[in-house]
Design a protein around this ligand. Structure first.
Ligand SMILES: Cc1ncc(COP(=O)(O)O)c(C=O)c1O
Length: 484
């Protein structure tokens, strides 16, 4: 039921003081042309109606706070509530970005320090916290690549190399920056095929975009050699840092040879995410590219922090103001409390959890690529089709009935009926054992009652949707039926 359907004429959750109590009518304060002619068609509900409505919606939603959420690539880890507390402190939450910078010193200092921490964690020299999401950071990174070659007057570089296992945002961001995509195939080991890459390293290539570990959860062990070969041809190496949670505190992208990095603070550095944000995708670079970063930049001098636009080679602004500030406060709190040992341990636990769960599940569903994985792994669901007569989608839908979230499915595209599973570091052994038991039970159900599995879910708010129709006739607005 929508909040509009709960509406009843004349019902209200509050009472505003009448005109007499403050001596003026709102209508007298606004110019005539800005006054609405008709009554706004807003729902009229009591406070209790509103509270029940949103509580009901929240209960329908699966969240990390409610249950296991091993959505591969998305890093749905638990976010300590303390981070929420610091980001909602009045001194942070009630700031206005148009305040004079002299009154924003604490916030500017926090962001300045966060930039330095991210430099230390990733081995880069400068950061901008401006991009609002991972894909936005990628776009900033690709615009930096473009500006770099413009500055060199090297106009022939029109292509960007992206592996076939890459997250979809990588090629999309490069195309948005005006590049053509060249795909490099993965080897039988699931990592970039060095010989195949060699054939593509031509004069017209501007950059290679990689994530390490890649989306199969496998470490690109030839990364230093890839960097050497790229740099030899003047090609820049771009790091999609969405998987940094597998290696932070252990190895730095800057040391692997990457020139530009984006991070997903809303994954690795503990901000709840999903359903569209808010996110944060800071972009970091090596010294030689620092002047190209987006403006404004935070500058410190004599203990005072200012926002400077004085960078003639900058790619410009990526958005209004300076990033999603609440996410930055959460990341700063998280990193400060974890310290270097804590971050390292978080990576180790993420890798341990992934390998443990893989060892349990791969007894039932084969691995896409065998061997030790990093923070996530991919299973090949072909056996579900041949031996259990269901599809990966059926298993995913049935998992919902057991109160756990399914893995990412049908991605990466290079694995048949793929299940991509990321059990983050915050999950316990009992939770992982429980998930494996649920999968075992469902596989048994495919023998005992196959139709029930194929028609799942049965216990959640919505039954199986026609997903093709939903993407072709997307309705995101509720429209009130006209009274007849
Ligand atoms: C590997 C990888 N790269 C890039 C992104 C894009 O990040 P965002 O969703 O914040 O735009 C994601 C998001 O899940 C990802 O998993």
């Amino acid at each position: 039921m929508t909040i509009f359907e709960r509406s009843s004429d004349g019902r209200s959750a509050y009472t505003l003081p009448d005109e007499d109590s403050h001596g003026f009518a709102l209508e007298d304060c606004l110019p005539e042309h800005l006054l609405r002619k008709d009554k706004a068609d807003l729902p009229e509900c009591s406070e209790l109606d509103v509270v029940r409505h949103f509580t009901e919606l929240a209960e329908k939603n699966h969240s990390v706070d409610k249950g296991f959420y091993p959505l591969g690539s998305c890093t749905m880890k638990y976010n300590p509530k303390l981070n929420e507390k610091t980001s909602s402190l009045e001194g942070f939450a009630y700031l206005h970005p148009y305040q004079p910078t002299s009154t924003l010193q604490g916030s500017l200092e926090l962001m300045f320090r966060l930039e330095k921490l991210l430099c230390e964690i990733t081995g880069m020299d400068s950061y901008s916290l401006q991009p609002a999401a991972g894909a936005h950071g990628e776009l900033a990174g690709m615009l930096i690549v473009k500006k770099h070659f413009e500055k060199l007057n090297d106009t022939g570089r029109t292509r960007v190399i992206v592996p076939d296992s890459a997250h979809g945002t990588n090629p999309a961001s490069a195309v948005m920056a005006g590049y053509e995509i060249v795909e490099v195939e993965s080897s039988s080991e699931g990592i970039v095929d060095l010989d195949g890459l060699d054939d593509l390293l031509k004069e017209d290539v501007a950059a290679i975009m990689l994530t390490n570990p890649n989306t199969l959860g496998l470490f690109e062990k030839h990364i230093c050699e890839i960097a050497r070969r790229a740099h030899e041809k003047g090609i820049l190496l771009y790091y999609d840092g969405a998987n940094l949670n597998a290696i932070m505190g252990k190895i730095k992208p800057g040391e692997m040879g990457f020139d530009i990095v984006h991070l997903n603070l809303h994954k690795t550095f503990s901000t709840p995410h999903g359903m569209g944000g808010p996110g944060s995708g800071p972009v970091g670079v090596k010294e030689s590219l620092a002047d190209l970063l987006p403006v404004p930049r935070i500058v410190e001098g004599d203990g005072e922090y200012t926002l400077s636009e004085d960078y003639p080679d900058t790619i410009g602004r990526m958005r209004s103001f300076y990033g999603n500030f609440g996410v930055l406060v959460r990341a700063y709190t998280y990193i400060s409390l974890m310290g270097s040992q804590g971050l390292r341990l978080a990576s180790e636990m993420a890798v341990l959890n992934a390998n443990y769960l893989k060892s349990l599940l791969s007894k039932m569903i084969p691995e896409g690529y065998p061997g030790i994985c990093k923070h996530e792994f991919v299973l090949d669901g072909g056996k579900l089709v041949t031996d259990y007569k269901i599809k990966t989608l059926d298993l995913a839908k049935r998992l919902l009935d057991y109160g756990v979230h399914p893995p990412t499915i049908y991605f990466p595209l290079i694995v048949n009926e793929a299940l991509m599973i990321e059990p983050p570091e915050t999950e316990s052994k009992e939770t992982l054992d429980g998930y494996s038991e649920i999968v075992k039970k469902i596989l048994q159900e495919t023998k005992d009652d196959p139709e029930m599995v194929k028609s799942a879910p049965h216990t959640v708010g919505t039954r199986r949707l026609n997903e093709a129709l939903a993407s072709r006739q997307l309705k995101t607005r509720w429209k009130k039926e006209k009274a007849t």
